[in-house]
Design a protein around this ligand. Structure first.
Ligand code: ATP
Ligand code: MG
Length: 220
């Protein structure tokens, strides 16, 4: 049994079907990249894991438990946490308060506030400032740090480098390599193939709501 198992999933929004009979499994500690054109359904796949789409058929299991009708916080309890496309912060809370929201899952593990500050030192420097004072790249780090603080088995990221300067793409790549080395799996939608190559074991290609291929990331 894989840790995360998506089986024959058909899902979408309202009456619209976007994903068709899609299956994808991620083992504990495994890292998988998802690539494909704009509108291929990559975000819809991740949103489906977190109960934010309408599921028409199939199922999603985390460690054997069905989660396809449960929200993100429940998935985080089970060990799958999410940094969505477009960053979510509470602008009037401090950087530190924004990071600590994931502690509500009660999952204990390697990732603490100090660990996240070591990973992204700029967040330590700005810990007491309001979330709204962060730049785009810093917000991205905050979103990833918050997801890590739930101590997930699988960290799910949607376009973590979107809008980042090349130097920050390198910073993020290094950070995700450390996350992977800590034993946390990564499921990442990303346009930068260099990042997929660096931090994942294998990749899948999506088109028109289906997985159309894939392979070993090193051979990408
Ligand atoms: P991108 O690379 O641009 O982020 P994507 O592969 O993540 O693209 P999705 O966001 O999953 O693509 O979109 C897949 C399809 O679902 C698109 O046709 C899109 O218009 C549609 N879609 C996305 N969100 C919604 C929504 N909330 N309501 C209705 N349709 C939606
Ligand atoms: Mg998307």
């Amino acid at each position: 049994m894989s840790f995360l198992e998506i089986s024959d999933l058909t899902s979408g929004y309202g009456k619209a079907t976007i994903l068709r009979n899609l299956s994808l499994s991620v083992d504990r500690g495994e890292s998988v990249g998802i690539v494909g054109r704009n509108g291929a359904g990559k975000s819809t796949l991740l949103l489906s894991i977190f109960g934010q789409t309408r599921v028409f058929g199939g199922e999603i299991r985390v460690a054997g438990t069905r989660i396809d009708r449960l929200p993100a916080y429940r998935a985080a309890h089970l060990g799958v946490s999410f940094s969505p496309q477009g960053r979510m912060i509470l602008p009037n809370l401090t950087v530190q308060e924004n990071l600590c929201m994931s502690l509500a899952t009660g999952r204990k593990g390697d990732w603490t506030l100090e660990g996240v500050f070591d990973l992204f030192p700029v967040l330590r420097e700005r810990a007491r400032q309001p979330g709204m004072a962060l730049s785009g790249g810093q917000l991205q780090m905050l979103a990833i740090g918050r997801a890590l603080m739930a101590n997930p088995e699988v960290l799910v990221l949607d376009e973590p480098t979107e809008g980042l300067a090349p130097v920050l793409v390198d910073v993020l790549t290094e950070a995700l390599l450390k996350v992977r080395a800590s034993g946390t799996g990564i499921l990442v939608v990303e346009q930068h193939h260099a990042l997929i190559r660096a931090v994942t074991d294998r990749f899948v290609v999506m088109a028109k709501g289906e997985i159309r291929g894939g392979g070993t990331s090193a051979a990408m």
